[in-house]
Every structure is written in C-alpha cells, then in structure tokens.
Design a binder for this molecule. Structure first.
Ligand code: SF4
Ligand code: ZN
Length: 343
C-alpha cells in the first residue's frame, strides 16, 4: 500500500525527510523546506526591506538552491530585496569554467544580474598557475583566502549591502568539528554565527540562510525541483582534513540524524573563558583589508607566489611581514625555508 504524506494526508509520500524522518509528498516537502529557510531568515533578521543582496553563486547545488529559494521567498513574503548573483572565477580549467556556464544559465532562468570576478584579474594568478607552483597540498589555502577577499571585492563593485552564501548545516557542523580538532578557539567562536556584521572597511556583511538546511535535503530539493546545477568536484580538491570531518559527521548522521543540528547547537553554545587571548582585528598595511597582522593573509600569499616562495603564507612567518612591507630582501636561510621543496 502506498504511504500517504504525513502532512497533507492526501497525496502519496515520495520521500522520507532526512532531517525529521517524516514521509512527505513533493509539495509538502517543498513547503516545509522553504518555510524553514524563511523562519531562519526572519528569526535572525538577516535582511532589511530595500537591501541589495548578492548571492554567492558557484553553480553547485547549495548556491543554486539558495538562489532559487531566495527569489521565491523574496516574492512570496515581499522581503523587498534586490537580488544579484556574484561568482568567483578561480581559473580552474575543466571545473570552474564549466560550473560558471551553469551560473550563466541560472542568471537567465532566475532573471538576476550576474557579476563574475576572477582571480586572474584581481591577483594576476589563476588557480591553475598557483597549483603549478605550489603543488596539490596547500592549494585550498590559497583558494579559500583569495575567494573570501574576491567575494568582498565583487560585492563592493556591485554595491550590495550583504552577501549570502550557500553554507548548509553539514558545512557548519563540519567546521565546528574541524575547529574543535584544531583547537582554533577564535574561529570556533565565529563559525556558527549566521551572519557577520561589517567588521571594517572593505568587508561586506555575510549571512547563511541555509545554515539549518541539511545537505541531503538540499540535494532532494534540487532533484525534485529539477534545478540546473553542476555537480562535479573540483579537480584540485585534496582537502583531506575536511574530508575526515565530513565522513565522521555522515557516520554520526546515519546513526542519529539530529547529530548535525546537535553539533551546530553545541558550537553555538560554547563560550570562551575570560582571559583567553583572541586575535585583534586591524587592517592590512598594504591593501586595507581586515587583518590581525601587519599584512593580510591574501597579501602574504600573493607575495609568496610573486617571489617564488609559496610557503611564505603557509604556517607562521609573521616576523617577516615587516621585511616584505619595506621590500627588503630575505636572507638566504629565510628563502631556503620558504622554497616549495617538500610540497
Ligand atoms: Fe579551490 Fe580547493 Fe575548493 Fe578547488 S577544492 S575550488 S582548489 S578551495
Ligand atoms: Zn592585504
């Protein structure tokens, strides 16, 4: 006998919600998923009427679902937002060029303006060229740092008030676990925040409307809505550490689906003991971007690439920042340490 939808009790259930275990028909699932995102947005007061919001769009399932749901909720609940798509082209042949084609189709489908900023135009380096120099071990460090700043720069060019990103509940829970495992207290405190306020010039506030949406449900939503998204993994994706955290979390989820939300709640409720030293935010002396050091991470990584010393931005070499700023040459010993010999 077919199972009836536990919500409307009229139509046939076509799926079991990964988050709650409820058997639902397609329409009731769509409604539940969209309503939860709406509740998240309302409860955290993510947007104000009249704001311009840039949706970080990679062509992947998360950002495609985000763009679809943001457009739908903006109309259904009259948020009064002006939405735009904002993409970063990291310069990864065979991956980002294809996924950007998806974003361009999404732009047509959703009728939203699109801005693409590229690493090549911003930094003079593509990820293809960076991987050639640094190899496949620390490439994601470069990519992550550059992306963060690229999104800000794109958002400033577009004059948006806020950026929203497609980070989902699994991503947030993984990040909580990774920060616990690394003992990174400063990041642990920040990583569960649903939105960041403007921390200084050049930084556009960000928010995560899908923070409580399970990845499995995002996939189901995209599948049943027949959304057009790109599902290939990046060709330079080693990121082993996150991979372990991800596998661990998936194992936990298979035993107890609430694990994902539980980890997020744990992260949200952790408090840091008084007296624990936290980095003090200032600005980069070279580019003006936020930084807790004399030079921001992006400038140090770029300097390392341009000098052929890619390890400069990996690990702690803060005491060399003064030399870099004043364009002083490094000693042979300093240079030897930073050459990519054991990448
Ligand atoms: Fe960049 Fe690494 Fe992500 Fe590829 S997997 S897009 S290199 S951060
Ligand atoms: Zn800088």
């Amino acid at each position: 006998m077919p199972v009836l939808c536990s919500s409307c009790a009229e139509k046939r259930a076509v799926l079991k919600r990964p988050k709650t275990g409820h058997s639902l028909c397609k329409d009731c699932f769509f409604w539940a998923f969209e309503e939860e995102v709406h509740q998240t947005i309302v409860a955290a007061k993510l947007f104000r009427h009249g704001e311009t919001v840039g949706i970080a769009a990679s062509g992947g399932k998360d950002s495609t679902v985000l763009a679809h749901v943001m457009k739908l909720l903006n109309e259904r609940y009259d948020y009064g937002l002006e939405l735009m798509l904002l993409s970063v082209d990291e310069g990864i042949t065979g991956y980002r060029d294809d996924s950007l084609e998806t974003v361009k189709r999404n732009q047509q489908q959703y009728e939203l303006p699109l801005k693409i900023v590229s690493y090549e135009e911003l930094y003079g380096w593509t990820m293809d060229a960076i991987v050639k120099q640094v190899g496949l071990k620390n490439n994601c460090t470069f990519c992550g740092v550059f992306r963060r700043q690229a999104l800000d720069r794109g958002a400033i060019m577009l004059k948006v008030d806020k950026i929203c990103t497609g980070h989902n509940a699994d991503d947030v829970a993984e990040t909580v676990l990774m920060n616990v495992l690394r003992g990174d207290i400063a990041r642990l405190r920040r990583c569960t925040a649903i939105s960041t306020s403007s921390e200084g010039d050049g930084v556009v506030p960000r928010c995560k409307p899908l923070k409580y949406a399970y990845e499995k449900e995002i996939v189901l939503y995209a599948y049943f809505k027949k959304l057009d998204y790109f599902s290939t993994e990046c060709i330079y994706s080693p990121n082993a550490y996150r991979g372990y955290a991800r596998t661990f979390l998936k194992d936990l989820e298979s035993v107890r689906p609430s694990s994902i939300i539980d980890v997020i709640h744990s992260g949200e409720n952790l408090s840091v003991r008084d007296g624990v030293k936290m980095p003090v935010q200032g600005t980069c002396n070279r580019c003006g971007y936020i930084s807790s050091q004399a030079l921001c991470k992006s400038c140090v990584l770029l300097e390392g690439l341009n000098r052929g010393l890619p390890k400069l931005g990996i690990g702690k070499h803060h005491r060399l920042h003064g030399k870099i700023l004043s364009q002083q040459p490094l000693t042979e010993k300093e240079q030897r340490k930073l050459k990519p010999v054991d990448f």
